[in-house]
Design a protein around this ligand. Structure first.
Ligand code: HXC
Length: 265
Protein backbone atom coordinates (compact mmCIF):
# COMPACT_ATOMS: atom_id res chain seq x y z
CA UNK A 1 0.00 0.00 0.00
CA UNK A 2 1.51 3.33 -1.10
CA UNK A 3 1.80 6.03 1.56
CA UNK A 4 2.05 9.79 1.53
CA UNK A 5 5.40 10.77 0.04
CA UNK A 6 6.90 13.30 -2.37
CA UNK A 7 7.05 12.88 -6.15
CA UNK A 8 10.60 11.50 -6.03
CA UNK A 9 10.30 9.20 -3.02
CA UNK A 10 7.79 6.36 -2.71
CA UNK A 11 6.96 4.51 0.50
CA UNK A 12 5.17 1.18 0.30
CA UNK A 13 4.13 -0.98 3.22
CA UNK A 14 4.01 -4.76 3.28
CA UNK A 15 3.03 -5.88 6.77
CA UNK A 16 5.77 -4.74 9.12
CA UNK A 17 8.13 -3.96 6.26
CA UNK A 18 8.40 -0.58 4.56
CA UNK A 19 10.05 -0.15 1.17
CA UNK A 20 11.37 3.35 0.54
CA UNK A 21 12.23 3.94 -3.13
CA UNK A 22 14.10 6.96 -4.48
CA UNK A 23 12.43 7.37 -7.84
CA UNK A 24 14.23 9.90 -10.00
CA UNK A 25 15.75 7.58 -12.60
CA UNK A 26 16.34 10.28 -15.26
CA UNK A 27 19.05 11.70 -12.95
CA UNK A 28 20.15 8.30 -11.62
CA UNK A 29 18.23 9.13 -8.42
CA UNK A 30 20.53 12.06 -7.60
CA UNK A 31 19.72 13.66 -4.26
CA UNK A 32 18.26 17.08 -5.01
CA UNK A 33 17.12 19.15 -2.03
CA UNK A 34 13.56 18.04 -2.85
CA UNK A 35 14.57 14.36 -2.77
CA UNK A 36 16.39 14.87 0.54
CA UNK A 37 13.37 16.61 2.07
CA UNK A 38 11.07 13.84 0.81
CA UNK A 39 13.40 11.19 2.24
CA UNK A 40 13.48 12.98 5.58
CA UNK A 41 9.68 13.19 5.62
CA UNK A 42 9.40 9.50 4.69
CA UNK A 43 11.60 8.36 7.59
CA UNK A 44 9.89 10.74 10.01
CA UNK A 45 6.51 9.30 9.03
CA UNK A 46 7.82 5.75 9.50
CA UNK A 47 9.10 6.76 12.95
CA UNK A 48 5.64 8.12 13.78
CA UNK A 49 4.20 4.66 13.05
CA UNK A 50 6.28 3.35 15.95
CA UNK A 51 6.39 -0.38 16.53
CA UNK A 52 4.23 -1.12 13.44
CA UNK A 53 7.41 -0.76 11.38
CA UNK A 54 9.72 -3.75 11.93
CA UNK A 55 12.18 -3.17 9.08
CA UNK A 56 12.87 -0.91 6.13
CA UNK A 57 14.39 -1.52 2.70
CA UNK A 58 15.85 1.61 1.08
CA UNK A 59 16.43 1.40 -2.65
CA UNK A 60 16.59 3.29 -5.95
CA UNK A 61 14.32 2.97 -8.97
CA UNK A 62 15.21 2.52 -12.61
CA UNK A 63 17.61 -0.42 -12.50
CA UNK A 64 20.81 1.62 -13.03
CA UNK A 65 21.44 3.35 -9.73
CA UNK A 66 20.84 3.29 -6.02
CA UNK A 67 21.82 6.99 -5.95
CA UNK A 68 24.52 8.58 -8.16
CA UNK A 69 25.23 11.24 -5.56
CA UNK A 70 24.04 14.62 -4.48
CA UNK A 71 22.51 16.55 -7.38
CA UNK A 72 25.54 18.15 -9.03
CA UNK A 73 23.45 20.64 -11.00
CA UNK A 74 21.79 21.88 -7.80
CA UNK A 75 25.22 22.57 -6.28
CA UNK A 76 26.81 24.57 -9.12
CA UNK A 77 25.90 28.04 -7.90
CA UNK A 78 25.73 27.57 -4.14
CA UNK A 79 27.50 29.95 -1.77
CA UNK A 80 29.68 28.36 0.95
CA UNK A 81 26.84 28.90 3.42
CA UNK A 82 24.35 27.23 1.09
CA UNK A 83 26.83 24.39 0.58
CA UNK A 84 26.93 23.86 4.33
CA UNK A 85 23.15 23.97 4.47
CA UNK A 86 22.89 21.25 1.80
CA UNK A 87 25.34 19.07 3.73
CA UNK A 88 23.29 19.66 6.86
CA UNK A 89 20.15 18.49 5.05
CA UNK A 90 21.91 15.25 4.07
CA UNK A 91 23.00 14.74 7.67
CA UNK A 92 19.41 15.27 8.83
CA UNK A 93 18.31 12.44 6.53
CA UNK A 94 21.08 10.20 7.89
CA UNK A 95 19.97 11.12 11.42
CA UNK A 96 16.36 10.16 10.63
CA UNK A 97 17.51 6.76 9.32
CA UNK A 98 19.75 6.15 12.33
CA UNK A 99 17.04 7.44 14.67
CA UNK A 100 14.45 4.95 13.43
CA UNK A 101 14.16 2.05 15.89
CA UNK A 102 13.65 -0.49 13.10
CA UNK A 103 16.65 -1.67 11.08
CA UNK A 104 17.11 -0.17 7.62
CA UNK A 105 18.85 -2.19 4.91
CA UNK A 106 20.29 -0.32 1.92
CA UNK A 107 19.42 -2.41 -1.16
CA UNK A 108 21.92 -1.23 -3.76
CA UNK A 109 21.46 -2.20 -7.41
CA UNK A 110 23.75 -0.04 -9.54
CA UNK A 111 25.65 3.15 -8.71
CA UNK A 112 26.06 4.21 -5.07
CA UNK A 113 28.32 7.22 -5.45
CA UNK A 114 29.13 10.23 -3.30
CA UNK A 115 26.01 11.19 -1.38
CA UNK A 116 24.50 7.90 -2.54
CA UNK A 117 27.16 5.85 -0.80
CA UNK A 118 26.85 8.13 2.23
CA UNK A 119 23.09 7.53 2.30
CA UNK A 120 23.70 3.76 2.15
CA UNK A 121 26.24 4.07 4.97
CA UNK A 122 23.60 5.70 7.19
CA UNK A 123 21.57 2.49 6.87
CA UNK A 124 22.27 -0.39 9.26
CA UNK A 125 23.98 -2.43 6.57
CA UNK A 126 24.29 -2.66 2.80
CA UNK A 127 23.20 -5.49 0.51
CA UNK A 128 24.06 -5.15 -3.18
CA UNK A 129 23.77 -6.81 -6.55
CA UNK A 130 26.99 -7.94 -8.22
CA UNK A 131 26.46 -5.19 -10.83
CA UNK A 132 26.74 -2.42 -8.24
CA UNK A 133 29.45 0.24 -8.08
CA UNK A 134 30.61 2.25 -5.07
CA UNK A 135 32.77 5.32 -4.63
CA UNK A 136 33.28 8.78 -3.17
CA UNK A 137 34.00 10.81 -6.32
CA UNK A 138 33.66 14.22 -4.65
CA UNK A 139 37.29 15.38 -4.97
CA UNK A 140 37.04 14.94 -8.74
CA UNK A 141 34.43 17.70 -8.61
CA UNK A 142 36.49 19.84 -6.23
CA UNK A 143 34.09 18.85 -3.47
CA UNK A 144 34.52 16.77 -0.36
CA UNK A 145 32.14 14.19 1.13
CA UNK A 146 29.33 16.08 2.86
CA UNK A 147 26.65 13.60 3.86
CA UNK A 148 28.76 11.66 6.37
CA UNK A 149 31.40 10.00 4.17
CA UNK A 150 34.31 11.14 6.31
CA UNK A 151 32.45 9.96 9.41
CA UNK A 152 30.87 6.61 8.51
CA UNK A 153 33.12 5.31 5.71
CA UNK A 154 36.18 5.03 8.03
CA UNK A 155 34.04 3.18 10.56
CA UNK A 156 32.91 0.76 7.85
CA UNK A 157 36.22 0.02 6.12
CA UNK A 158 38.95 1.49 8.35
CA UNK A 159 40.65 4.86 8.11
CA UNK A 160 43.31 3.93 5.55
CA UNK A 161 40.86 2.40 3.06
CA UNK A 162 38.48 5.32 3.50
CA UNK A 163 41.28 7.78 2.78
CA UNK A 164 42.29 5.82 -0.31
CA UNK A 165 38.72 5.74 -1.65
CA UNK A 166 38.11 9.43 -0.93
CA UNK A 167 41.47 10.75 -2.23
CA UNK A 168 41.46 8.67 -5.42
CA UNK A 169 37.72 9.04 -6.18
CA UNK A 170 38.08 5.46 -7.44
CA UNK A 171 34.99 3.40 -8.17
CA UNK A 172 34.96 -0.17 -6.85
CA UNK A 173 32.64 -3.05 -7.70
CA UNK A 174 30.43 -5.00 -5.32
CA UNK A 175 32.96 -7.81 -4.86
CA UNK A 176 35.68 -5.40 -3.75
CA UNK A 177 33.19 -3.52 -1.55
CA UNK A 178 32.17 -6.80 0.08
CA UNK A 179 35.80 -7.84 0.60
CA UNK A 180 36.46 -4.66 2.59
CA UNK A 181 33.30 -5.03 4.65
CA UNK A 182 31.45 -2.10 3.10
CA UNK A 183 28.81 -4.45 1.67
CA UNK A 184 27.49 -7.22 3.90
CA UNK A 185 26.18 -9.53 1.17
CA UNK A 186 26.09 -9.60 -2.62
CA UNK A 187 23.42 -11.10 -4.89
CA UNK A 188 23.23 -12.14 -8.54
CA UNK A 189 20.34 -9.83 -9.40
CA UNK A 190 17.72 -7.46 -8.02
CA UNK A 191 15.16 -10.18 -7.28
CA UNK A 192 17.69 -12.18 -5.28
CA UNK A 193 18.75 -8.98 -3.49
CA UNK A 194 15.22 -8.27 -2.28
CA UNK A 195 14.58 -11.90 -1.42
CA UNK A 196 17.76 -11.91 0.68
CA UNK A 197 16.97 -8.60 2.36
CA UNK A 198 13.42 -9.70 3.19
CA UNK A 199 14.73 -12.98 4.59
CA UNK A 200 17.10 -11.06 6.85
CA UNK A 201 14.28 -8.80 8.05
CA UNK A 202 12.19 -11.91 8.76
CA UNK A 203 15.06 -13.32 10.86
CA UNK A 204 15.20 -10.03 12.78
CA UNK A 205 11.41 -9.95 13.16
CA UNK A 206 11.52 -13.29 15.00
CA UNK A 207 13.49 -11.59 17.78
CA UNK A 208 12.38 -9.19 20.51
CA UNK A 209 11.63 -5.88 18.76
CA UNK A 210 12.42 -3.70 21.81
CA UNK A 211 15.82 -5.38 22.15
CA UNK A 212 16.61 -4.84 18.47
CA UNK A 213 15.61 -1.18 18.85
CA UNK A 214 17.76 -0.71 21.96
CA UNK A 215 20.70 -2.47 20.28
CA UNK A 216 20.41 -0.13 17.27
CA UNK A 217 20.17 2.94 19.51
CA UNK A 218 23.24 1.85 21.49
CA UNK A 219 25.26 0.97 18.38
CA UNK A 220 24.47 4.34 16.77
CA UNK A 221 25.10 6.34 19.95
CA UNK A 222 28.32 4.54 20.87
CA UNK A 223 29.88 4.72 17.39
CA UNK A 224 33.04 6.80 17.48
CA UNK A 225 32.88 7.42 21.24
CA UNK A 226 35.68 6.79 23.66
CA UNK A 227 35.63 3.29 25.12
CA UNK A 228 34.52 4.37 28.60
CA UNK A 229 31.67 6.51 27.23
CA UNK A 230 30.60 3.76 24.80
CA UNK A 231 30.58 1.30 27.68
CA UNK A 232 28.26 3.58 29.70
CA UNK A 233 25.88 3.83 26.74
CA UNK A 234 25.87 0.04 26.42
CA UNK A 235 25.31 -0.44 30.16
CA UNK A 236 22.30 1.92 30.14
CA UNK A 237 20.86 0.12 27.10
CA UNK A 238 21.34 -3.25 28.78
CA UNK A 239 19.38 -1.94 31.76
CA UNK A 240 16.64 -0.65 29.46
CA UNK A 241 16.10 -4.16 28.08
CA UNK A 242 15.09 -5.23 31.61
CA UNK A 243 12.20 -2.75 31.41
CA UNK A 244 10.63 -4.75 28.55
CA UNK A 245 8.13 -7.61 28.78
CA UNK A 246 9.85 -9.30 25.84
CA UNK A 247 13.04 -9.65 27.91
CA UNK A 248 11.13 -11.47 30.67
CA UNK A 249 9.44 -13.63 28.03
CA UNK A 250 12.65 -14.42 26.13
CA UNK A 251 14.53 -15.48 29.23
CA UNK A 252 11.54 -17.45 30.60
CA UNK A 253 11.12 -19.26 27.28
CA UNK A 254 14.76 -20.33 27.34
CA UNK A 255 14.49 -21.63 30.89
CA UNK A 256 11.21 -23.43 30.15
CA UNK A 257 12.68 -24.88 26.93
CA UNK A 258 9.97 -23.41 24.66
CA UNK A 259 9.74 -20.88 21.83
CA UNK A 260 9.30 -17.27 23.00
CA UNK A 261 6.04 -15.46 22.27
CA UNK A 262 7.18 -11.88 21.82
CA UNK A 263 4.65 -9.04 21.81
CA UNK A 264 6.95 -6.10 21.19
CA UNK A 265 6.23 -4.69 24.63
C1 HXC B 1 22.88 15.27 -11.15
C2 HXC B 1 23.22 13.38 -12.37
C3 HXC B 1 24.07 12.86 -11.37
C4 HXC B 1 24.29 13.66 -10.21
C5 HXC B 1 23.96 11.42 -12.95
N1 HXC B 1 23.18 12.45 -13.33
N2 HXC B 1 24.51 11.65 -11.78
N3 HXC B 1 22.63 14.56 -12.26
N4 HXC B 1 23.67 14.86 -10.16
N5 HXC B 1 25.05 13.26 -9.21
C6 HXC B 1 22.41 12.56 -14.56
C7 HXC B 1 23.31 12.84 -15.75
O1 HXC B 1 23.59 14.22 -15.81
C8 HXC B 1 22.42 12.39 -16.89
O2 HXC B 1 21.45 13.38 -17.14
C9 HXC B 1 21.71 11.19 -16.29
O3 HXC B 1 21.79 11.34 -14.89
C10 HXC B 1 22.37 9.88 -16.68
O4 HXC B 1 23.74 9.93 -16.33
P1 HXC B 1 24.92 9.72 -17.40
O5 HXC B 1 26.11 10.42 -16.89
O6 HXC B 1 24.46 10.06 -18.78
O7 HXC B 1 25.11 8.13 -17.31
P2 HXC B 1 26.44 7.31 -17.54
O8 HXC B 1 27.22 7.86 -18.70
O9 HXC B 1 26.04 5.88 -17.56
O10 HXC B 1 27.34 7.58 -16.24
C11 HXC B 1 26.84 7.18 -14.96
C12 HXC B 1 27.72 7.83 -13.86
C13 HXC B 1 27.74 9.36 -14.10
C14 HXC B 1 29.13 7.24 -13.91
C15 HXC B 1 27.08 7.48 -12.49
O11 HXC B 1 26.40 9.83 -14.22
C16 HXC B 1 28.39 10.11 -12.99
O12 HXC B 1 29.62 10.15 -12.87
N6 HXC B 1 27.59 10.81 -12.18
C17 HXC B 1 28.06 11.67 -11.11
C18 HXC B 1 28.61 10.83 -9.96
C19 HXC B 1 29.18 11.71 -8.89
O13 HXC B 1 30.17 12.43 -9.11
N7 HXC B 1 28.54 11.73 -7.71
C20 HXC B 1 29.01 12.53 -6.59
C21 HXC B 1 28.28 13.83 -6.60
S1 HXC B 1 28.91 14.89 -5.35
P3 HXC B 1 21.10 13.84 -18.65
O14 HXC B 1 20.12 14.95 -18.43
O15 HXC B 1 22.38 14.27 -19.28
O16 HXC B 1 20.52 12.61 -19.28
C22 HXC B 1 28.19 14.35 -3.92
C23 HXC B 1 28.51 15.17 -2.71
C24 HXC B 1 27.79 14.68 -1.47
O17 HXC B 1 27.50 13.39 -3.88
C25 HXC B 1 27.84 15.71 -0.37
C26 HXC B 1 27.15 16.99 -0.71
C27 HXC B 1 26.97 17.92 0.44
Amino acid sequence: TPQASGPDVRVERDGGIAIVTIDRPAALNALSPDVLRALHAAFESLAADGSAVRGVLLTGAGGRAFVAGADIRAMADLTPEQGEESARLGHRVAGAIEGLAAPVIACVDGFALGGGLELALACDFIYATDASTFGQPEVRLGLTPGFGGTVRLPRAVGLARAKELIYTARRIDAAEAAAMGLVSRTFADRDALFEGARATLAEIEANAAPAVGIAKRVLVAAAGRRTDRAAEIEIAGFGDAFRTEDMREGVAAFIEKREPGFTGA
